[in-house]
Write a protein that binds this ligand. Structure first.
Ligand SMILES: [Zn+2]
Ligand SMILES: [Zn+2]
Length: 174
């Protein structure tokens, strides 16, 4: 499949075609090339996304990095940047979108992102953060106020009671 065909497939999942989706699709295609990776059936490929915009859906479809598998991690900085890690080889790459030509329509912009030479679309560098640890499994604790079961890292102590974040009253003086 060429970039346009991959993009069309992703737009079925995303719901519409937009330049934002094109950014995530192109970044995923380039990450595959640079890291020698394919679709991630388990957690072997990890994406750290620095935004929560349309492009993230392209990454889920092309690379199989998904919220549910724990290999799609949001590190939101409002930047059009994504880092990709190959757990098997330890290789990684961070791609950040370059400034796009200004005068073009949405569709022209979308096509530019998909088809312009790689160096015109992204700056390639090393991620300035480490590969996140694998998704862990945690014990569950029943909240002593609402009774709902909660994974341990999300439990707080409130007057000696184990409570969930919904029942916990934040202490904000510090
Ligand atoms: Zn969109
Ligand atoms: Zn609760």
């Amino acid at each position: 499949m060429n970039n346009k065909e991959i993009f069309n497939k992703c737009s079925e999942f995303h719901g519409h075609k937009c330049p934002g989706l094109a950014i995530g699709v192109r970044a995923s295609i380039e990450a595959k090339r640079i890291l020698g990776i394919g679709f991630s059936e388990d957690e072997e490929v990890v994406c750290v996304t620095e935004n929560d915009a349309c492009g993230v859906d392209g990454i889920q479809v092309v690379l199989g990095c998904s919220a549910g598998k724990g290999n799609l991690i949001f590190r939101i900085r409002g930047k059009q940047a994504f880092s990709f890690f190959n757990r098997k080889t330890g290789q990684s790459v961070r791609l950040i979108l370059k400034e796009l030509p200004k005068t073009e329509s949405r569709e022209e912009k979308q096509n530019y992102i998909l088809e312009a030479p790689f160096d015109d679309v992204f700056t390639q560098m090393k991620p300035n953060y480490e590969l996140p640890e694998k998704a862990r499994l945690f014990q569950s604790v029943d909240c002593e106020i609402c009774g709902e079961s909660t994974a341990e890292p999300y439990v707080r102590l409130d007057n000696g009671k184990k409570v969930c974040l919904d029942c916990f009253k934040e202490y904000h003086r510090v």
